[in-house]
Design a protein around this ligand. Structure first.
Ligand code: AMP
Length: 307
């Protein structure tokens, strides 16, 4: 998708360098961060503008990759200091991971200032980062038509007040199943989703790792999305962000939020995430094209056909 001077979709979230240990391999200084994965996935469908900050140690080649994907970087700041860093380790089954280290670095005092061309964008994705920062970006938008937010356990535990405000102000909240239980105190995912829907958003997506995801929506009802079966998962890091980016990118491309488009966006998010985990970092997304996406969508539809 070509970079546009007035992107349809704006995203803020972490942009960082990851150290990742899986049972099969260890990799260091990989391009990562929630917004980085999400923007790459969305770029296949719409013009996306990235809001975030990197330090002087951030390799230029990563910006080159985003540009090649057509991502608008006007909202990206480069400041003196170190880039956000995260280290994580996966257990044997790849569905459980431990955070070994997290350094906010330049994100600690990041003051986002949205370029004029970003403020009127109709779609906004607040990818995983502190709720305070998500709100600072939301406040600068003039009248977004659809706002989606992601979060994680550390913000549920440490930034509850800000997170509650985010939840009140967005149209869709996405989180994984353990986070949904942590946030609501409910064991049943349906009960958790209903509680979240009562707090403000008309949609909630609960991600279930290799078990897929579920959309609960006032408009579209409940939509179950199984994960695309893969023989080998190389690195699940960023799967949720890639799903979310593909989802909102597809919705932004459709330009309207209807039951059909929400369900279609689930499908595209799901397929994008399946590609993302086939390699470390953004390596697989960087090689992806529209034909491969279309082929996998077709194969997945065949797998889901009911008698
Ligand atoms: P996911 O696997 O979807 O949870 O996304 C993992 C990505 O999120 C990694 O590339 C990390 O750099 C980034 N990340 C990890 N922890 C945080 C955090 N607390 N806030 C923002 N981004 C994070």
């Amino acid at each position: 998708m070509p970079s546009s001077s007035a992107p349809q979709l704006i995203m803020v979230g972490s942009i960082g360098l990851d150290n990742i240990r899986t049972p099969a391999a260890t990799r260091e200084n990989l391009l990562g961060g929630s917004a980085s994965y999400a923007a790459a996935a969305a770029s296949f469908f719409t013009s996306a503008g990235l809001v975030g900050v990197v330090g002087t140690d951030f390799p230029r080649r990563h910006e080159t990759l985003w540009r090649r994907l057509g991502i608008n970087l006007r909202g990206l700041q480069r400041v003196r200091g170190k880039t956000f860093r995260w280290s994580g380790e996966y257990e044997q089954n790849m569905d459980h991971r431990r955070t070994l280290d997290l350094q906010l670095n330049v994100f600690a005092d990041f003051q986002p200032k949205l370029p004029q061309t970003y403020r009127a964008a109709p779609f906004l994705f607040l990818a995983n980062i502190s709720p305070e920062l998500q709100l600072r970006v939301l406040d600068q938008m003039t009248a977004p038509r659809f706002v989606m937010a992601d979060t994680m356990d550390c913000w549920i535990q440490q930034a509850r007040e800000g997170l509650e405000e985010v939840i009140r102000r967005v149209d869709l909240l996405t989180l994984n199943e353990s986070e949904a239980r942590l946030l609501t105190g409910e064991t049943s995912l349906l009960a958790a989703a209903r509680q979240i829907l009562r707090r403000g958003p008309a949609q909630v997506i609960i991600k279930r790792g290799e078990n897929g995801s579920v959309l609960f929506s006032d408009i579209a009802g409940i939509a179950l999305m199984p994960a695309y079966p893969l023989e080998s998962v190389v690195d699940p890091t960023g799967a949720g962000d890639t799903f979310a980016g593909g989802f909102i990118g597809r919705l932004a491309a459709a330009g309207r939020v209807t039951a059909v488009e929400l369900r279609r966006a689930m499908l595209y998010g799901n397929i994008l995430a399946s590609f993302g985990v086939e390699a470390f970092s953004l390596d697989r997304l960087a090689q992806l094209d529209g034909r491969q996406i279309a082929d996998r969508i077709r194969a997945f539809r065949r797998m889901c056909r009911q008698p």
